[in-house]
Ligand binder design. Structure first.
Ligand SMILES: Nc1ncnc2c1ncn2[C@@H]1O[C@H](COP(=O)(O)OP(=O)(O)O)[C@@H](O)[C@H]1O
Ligand SMILES: [Mg+2]
Length: 237
């Protein structure tokens, strides 16, 4: 890999005395989609929260465009061009779809796709149809799409998605996969956490598997799909 957009090196994270990430290494090239796979409680959300600056690393390094970001506050990391969509959908329930997008509006960022509400309505046609609807009166899948659209208004270089397919109806899961593939086609780099291997296989170039806070597997998505032993060891229930 030429210079990675994001590099995580020997990351250790604890909640109080509970050590949950152990010497975690990850790297993402520009334009790549990486799936961080693992069972419930493996450490996926903790990894994303540490990258975005919501959790402090005990040790290790996180680099974005070559510069250290571990120790930086979450708002500062966001300003550098990392967008984060947490597991729980955080839309403003009282604001309409259009207002939810407007409050997140940012200046264009060199090297990153530039998003306007109109461009996002083209990407998410169902949001276009309900632009005057309050966020609180949308289905879970629609709220998930709105959360992603709102994060894109920050014109990120890197998008972190925490279990984007979770809790969505099968048809919405397919729409979510198509959306991620279109974002990749725009040149966006994406790190997503997933338990759903089928979904990850549709969208990701590479996979890393985390188990009990340690990376156990790294390779192309195609290699993981062919590796039933690894799937059985680290992913099946
Ligand atoms: N706020 C917290 N305080 C203490 N332990 C936590 C907290 N959040 C998560 N954990 C623990 O950290 C481990 C990893 O959790 P998490 O990163 O949420 O896993 P995943 O997202 O893969 O399901 C789990 O053992 C979980 O119980
Ligand atoms: Mg999680």
């Amino acid at each position: 890999m030429a210079q990675a957009l994001l590099e995580v090196e020997k990351l250790n994270v604890a909640y109080g005395r509970a050590h949950v990430l152990f010497d975690l290494d990850l790297a993402l090239g520009r334009g790549e989609v990486l799936a961080l796979l693992g069972r419930n409680g493996a450490g996926k959300s903790t990894t994303l929260k540490a990258i975005i600056g919501l959790l402090r690393a005990q040790s290790g390094a996180i680099r974005f465009e070559g510069a250290r970001i571990d120790g930086a506050a979450a708002h500062a990391v966001a300003r550098l061009g990392i967008g984060y969509v947490p597991e729980d959908r955080r839309i403003f329930a009282e604001l309409t779809v259009a207002e939810n997008l407007d409050v997140a509006r940012q200046k264009p960022r060199p090297g990153a796709p530039y998003w306007t509400p109109e461009a996002l309505y083209a990407l998410f046609p169902n949001l276009a149809e309900m632009r005057r609807r309050p966020g609180g009166r949308m289905s879970g899948g629609e709220q998930q799409m709105l959360t992603i659209a709102r994060t894109l208004m920050g014109n990120p270089l890197l998008l972190l998605l925490d279990e984007p397919s979770e809790g969505l109806a099968p048809k919405i899961v397919e729409a979510m996969a198509d959306t991620i593939l279109r974002l990749k086609a725009e040149g966006l780099t994406v790190l997503l956490s997933e338990q759903n291997l089928h979904f990850a296989a549709r969208v990701a170039d590479r996979a890393a598997i985390i188990e009990k806070g340690r990376i156990r597997y790294g390779g192309t998505m195609a290699a993981l799909i062919a590796d039933e032993a690894a799937q059985h060891a680290y992913l099946s229930a």
